[in-house]
Design a protein around this ligand. Structure first.
Ligand SMILES: [Zn+2]
Length: 293
């Protein structure tokens, strides 16, 4: 016999599903992507390089050559309104092999320039080229950022244990994308000791839809995943902030009471049970009774 304490993380509103998207480089194709997302209320994080604003180029990367034109500085704040802007390095440098000081400069310069433009703190980062060795991860930490995204697919819906190495579920071109979507939308219990709440994280570059001629892929994905009461559509920073608030909860030693010292509500519940409890900011409440298994 075991006692199960009903203290696991659930998403806001007691939901079990959360979707987030992450798109890199701040290219003009983001405009078309934003139109698709905004129509359906799906949120994303866009990772930008302030040192390259307005730069005009093309990209091939082994596929069809398409335009790679970065949006100009004056368009940034209004274009991405309602979504999150995060840092992606000042000049999109691959930092592999660079010393700590130069890594910090590349990361911190991008953060500071975006903050100047937006008028609020920037909390997130995406590793350019996915480059994330020990020196680079440490530089992200020293730059005061709270999370950083890799390009390593997990093909699962686990909430990251280490937000400075936040691995996405998959790229939008992953052949498993729609299978993963069905699994995500299913109400079958998702078993994970840390939390039964699912996090579906898709990343990419909007210019890849031009390269692969597959804008219909993201349109279909957004159509299927949007408009659902049981899904929390969030930016990366909203997720990191929420998980941090959960981790800041203070539990009594006997697991009977919990205090929420953060400024946002947190929902908790059991691994197997679907009952949840809201713990409001500054409140101390009793947990749901322990489940006997
Ligand atoms: Zn990039």
């Amino acid at each position: 016999m075991s006692y199960i304490v009903n203290d696991r993380l659930y998403w806001p509103g007691g939901r079990r599903k959360c979707l987030t998207l992450s798109y890199d480089d701040g290219v003009t194709q983001d405009l078309r992507l934003l139109e698709i997302l905004n129509k359906k209320g799906v949120k994303a994080t866009f990772n930008l390089n302030p040192g390259l604003f307005g730069q005009e180029n093309t990209v091939t990367a082994g596929k069809k050559e398409v335009s790679h034109i970065k949006l100009g500085e004056e368009k940034i704040a209004s274009t991405y309104s309602g979504h999150e802007i995060a840092a992606h390095g000042f000049l999109h440098t691959s930092m592999y092999g660079m010393d700590s000081a130069r890594c910090v400069k590349e990361i911190l310069d991008s953060r500071a320039a975006l903050e100047k433009l937006l008028g609020h703190p920037v909390t997130g980062f995406a590793y350019a080229f996915g480059a994330a060795d020990e020196t680079i991860v440490d530089a992200v930490k020293k730059s005061g950022l709270r999370y950083a995204r890799t390009i390593k697919s997990t093909c699962n819906f686990d909430i990251p244990q280490d937000f400075l190495l936040w691995d996405p579920t998959c790229h939008h071109n992953d052949e498993k994308l729609f299978d993963l979507l069905s699994e995500f939308l299913s109400d079958e219990p998702y078993f994970n000791f840390y939390s039964p709440a699912k996090l579906f994280y898709v990343w990419g570059h909007a210019y890849e839809f031009d390269q692969c001629d597959n804008w219909d892929r993201i349109e279909e994905f957004v159509e299927k995943v949007s408009g659902r009461e049981d899904v929390w559509y969030a930016t990366n920073t909203e997720i990191e902030e929420y998980v941090r608030a959960y981790k800041n909860l203070i539990f009594s030693a006997d697991s009977d009471y919990v205090t929420n010292p953060s400024a946002i509500s947190v929902w908790i519940g059991g691994v197997f049970d679907c009952k949840t409890k809201e713990v409001r900011p500054g409140e101390t409440v009793s947990l749901l009774p322990k489940t006997i298994m």
